[in-house]
Design a protein around this ligand. Structure first.
Ligand SMILES: NC(=O)c1ccc[n+]([C@@H]2O[C@H](COP(=O)([O-])OP(=O)(O)OC[C@H]3O[C@@H](n4cnc5c(N)ncnc54)[C@H](O)[C@@H]3O)[C@@H](O)[C@H]2O)c1
Length: 275
């Protein structure tokens, strides 16, 4: 590697939701920089698949099933890692529940604010926001305590800086009150993560713990053509992201390359928020 500031050799990064679309990419990005990665996810099956896809040396990858919304599971992983003599230098809070808005299922109207079920609010906030708090509490405290500092990266979304354009999710032939929408939880969780980022950035600054957020725009993952076209028309670069296009930002934010960046939110949206 040319710039030694990106070198993560000797560092260990824990990623939540590592079995998902972007979690694997974050892991690959950090492995590329020489980090040891700890993959965690609620789904053992997704974790196993992610581990296989990474194809990394077993010496560089640990895998733990962990539900970020369950404090005892988070504490259990922290304890297991400590018992194994491992220190987490980098925490990537990436886990989230991705609400699907398929439309016309008979269930879809429940994504609308008027009908949005409290249980779904609680469940999604518990993972996307409370989970980031619980992991930051468990692993950030350890980073701060031994004086060696660390990095917390919260994966937010371009929807942390603007409101969803609900026209994107409209389905032809459905009455207005049955139209699917991006649920309120997504905006609240992603905006909340920016507040958490700023709080953490100042709270442990003296202990050398930095916190930043990355706000990706939509990743192309086989969505239907109509949706992709509508979304692309809102993006100055005219397309959705490829899944690996956030890797370099993750490398920057998790390494000394960003040593003077703290409490910020990098919005990588191909210019959508500039329009
Ligand atoms: N994919 C995109 O277009 C996009 C765009 C902007 C932001 N993001 C954000 O990036 C992050 C990753 O998104 P993704 O597309 O990879 O989503 P994904 O749904 O593919 O992955 C999320 C992962 O989180 C895991 N998870 C769910 N509940 C959990 C829990 N309680 N504890 C631990 N793990 C849990 C899931 O099993 C899954 O593997 C999310 O925070 C998402 O909001 C994604």
């Amino acid at each position: 590697m040319q710039n030694q500031k990106f070198n993560l050799t000797g560092k260990t990064a824990l990623i939540t939701g590592a079995g998902g679309l972007l979690g694997v990419e974050h892991a690959a990005a950090l492995l590329e920089c020489g980090a040891h990665v700890v993959l965690t996810d609620i789904s053992a099956g997704l974790l196993a698949a992610a581990h296989e896809r990474l194809g990394a040396s077993a010496l560089l990858v640990e895998v733990f099933t962990m539900d970020v919304s369950q404090p005892e599971q988070v504490a259990g992983v922290a304890q297991s890692l400590r018992a194994a003599g491992m220190r987490i230098d980098i925490l990537v809070n990436n886990a989230a529940i991705d609400p699907k808005m398929k439309g016309g299922t008979g269930m879809v109207e429940s994504t609308r604010l008027e009908n949005f079920p409290l249980e779904q609010w609680n469940e999604q906030v518990a993972v996307g926001l409370t989970g980031a708090f619980l992991c930051s509490q468990a692993f950030g405290t350890l980073m701060a305590q031994d004086g060696r500092g660390g990095v917390i990266l919260n994966i937010a979304s371009d929807l942390s800086v603007f409101s969803p354009d609900q026209r994107l999710y409209r389905k032809a032939g459905l009455p207005d009150d049955m139209q699917p929408v991006k649920p309120v939880t997504y905006s609240v969780i992603k905006t909340g993560l920016i507040g958490l980022t700023r709080y953490l950035a100042t709270y442990w600054a003296e202990q050398g713990v930095r916190a930043n957020a990355l706000s990706p725009g939509g990743v192309f993952n086989g969505q239907d053509e109509g949706f992709v076209q509508k979304l692309s028309s809102l993006i100055p670069l005219g397309r959705m992201a490829q899944r690996d296009e956030y890797r370099s930002a993750v490398q920057f934010l998790c390494s000394d390359a960003s040593s003077y960046m703290n409490g910020q939110n990098i919005v990588m949206d191909a210019g959508r928020s500039a329009w």
